[in-house]
Design a protein around this ligand. Structure first.
Ligand code: PDD
Length: 286
C-alpha cells in the first residue's frame, strides 16, 4: 500500500503529492515542521508538539492555518490511513506559493503537508552498545529554538558525523554544549544529569522534557545549566535524545571512550524508565 499524505486539504498517495516550484519552502526554506512519534497508533505528546509548532509559527510570523483540534483530528486521520502501529508523523507548513521575493507575500496561502512513515526506533543492539559521536562547532543560526525546515547546516553537520563513522555530532558554541544535528545532548557527571538550558541556541526537545521529568520523578539529580566543552569531554556518560532515536548512549566521542566506553549506570536506569513511561501513556490513551 502506498503512503497516504495530506496536502492542502486533500488526502492522496505520496506519489501524487505535488508542490509548485515557487513554494517558499522550496525557494527559501521558509517554513516550519514537526516530527511526532506514534506508538500503537497513539501520537506521543501531541499537545506538546502542537505547542512547539505554535512557537515556531509565531517566531516566523506565520498564522497557524489549523486549530489544535484540527491538527489533532488530522494527525489521527493520517495515522489511520497509513500502515503500521508505530509511525512517525511529519508535518510541514510553508509560507506558500509566490513570485520569488524575500519580502513576505501579501496574500499567499500557507502550504500544509502531513505524512506518516514507519517509526524505526533504535534496535536493541544499538541501545546496548551505544553510538559513536564526534564534536563539531555549532555554526547554525541564532534561532535554533525554531523548528525550521531550513536544515542545511544540520544536514552538513550530520554528514560530517557519518563520514567519520559516527552517528551524531555533539556541538559547541563559544565553548558550551548546544545539541546534536537532530537531537538534544545530555551529560552525566558523578551521578548527576547535566542538560543545557532551553534557549535560542537549542531546539526545545519533547524527548528532552520527558527525560528530565523522568529523572526528577525517580530521584535522579539533574542540573539544567550551561555545560563547558571540557565537562562534556570528561563526562562519565553522554546521551542523545530525539523523538525517533528516543534515548541513546554516546559511547565514544572523537574516537575516545566516554566513561567506560559502554552505556553507563544512569543510562541503564533512564532507558527502561522511558520505555515504561511510553507504555503507560499508550495504555492510558487506549
Ligand atoms: N529532530 N534538536 C534538533 C536540532 C532536532 O532536529 C531534534 C529532533 C531534536 C530533538 O527533539 P524531539 O525530542 O522533540 O524530537 C533536538 C527530528 C526528530 C527531525 O528533524 O527528524
Amino acid at each position: 500500500m502506498s503512503e497516504i499524505v495530506y496536502l492542502n486539504g486533500e488526502f492522496m498517495p505520496l506519489e501524487q503529492a505535488r508542490v509548485p516550484v515557487l513554494d517558499r519552502g522550496f525557494i527559501f526554506g521558509d517554513g516550519v515542521y514537526e516530527v511526532i512519534p506514534v506508538y500503537s497508533r497513539h501520537p506521543f505528546r501531541l499537545p506538546e508538539h502542537l505547542r512547539r509548532l505554535q512557537h515556531s509559527l509565531d517566531s516566523i510570523r506565520l498564522a497557524n492555518p489549523l486549530s489544535d483540534g484540527e491538527w489533532t483530528r488530522l494527525t489521527r486521520d493520517i495515522v489511520a490511513r497509513n500502515e503500521g502501529d508505530d509511525q512517525s508523523v511529519y508535518l510541514q507548513i510553508t509560507r506558500g506559493v509566490a513570485r520569488r521575493d524575500h519580502a513576505f507575500p501579501k496574500d499567499a496561502k500557507p502550504t500544509v503537508l502531513m505524512m506518516s512513515g514507519p517509526l524505526s526506533t533504535p534496535a536493541k543492539d544499538l541501545v546496548d552498545s551505544g553510538v559513536p559521536a564526534i564534536t563539531a562547532t555549532d555554526y547554525r543560526w541564532l534561532r535554533c529554538d525554531v523548528k525550521s525546515v531550513s536544515l542545511l547546516a544540520n544536514c552538513l553537520l550530520r554528514q560530517t558525523a557519518l563520514d567519520a563513522g559516527a552517528a551524531e555530532v555533539v556541538m559547541f558554541r563559544d565553548g558550551y554544549l548546544t545539541e546534536g544535528s537532530s537531537s538534544n545532548i545530555f551529560a552525566v557527571k558523578s551521578g548527576r544529569v547535566l542538560a543545557p538550558p532551553k534557549n535560542h541556541l537549542v531546539l526545545p526537545g519533547i524527548t528532552y522534557d520527558v527525560v528530565l521529568e523522568l529523572a526528577a520523578a525517580h530521584g535522579i539529580p539533574c542540573d539544567v545549566r550551561e555545560i563547558p566543552e571540557q565537562e562534556v569531554k570528561t563526562a562519565d556518560e553522554l546521551w542523545l535524545t530525539s523523538s525517533t532515536r528516543e534515548v541513546l548512549a554516546i559511547t565514544t566521542l572523537d574516537g575516545k571512550p566516554v566513561g567506560t566506553g559502554k552505556p553507563g549506570a544512569v543510562f541503564r536506569r533512564i532507558h527502561p524508565l522511558y520505555q515504561e513511561f511510553k507504555r503507560k501513556v499508550m495504555r492510558q490513551a487506549a
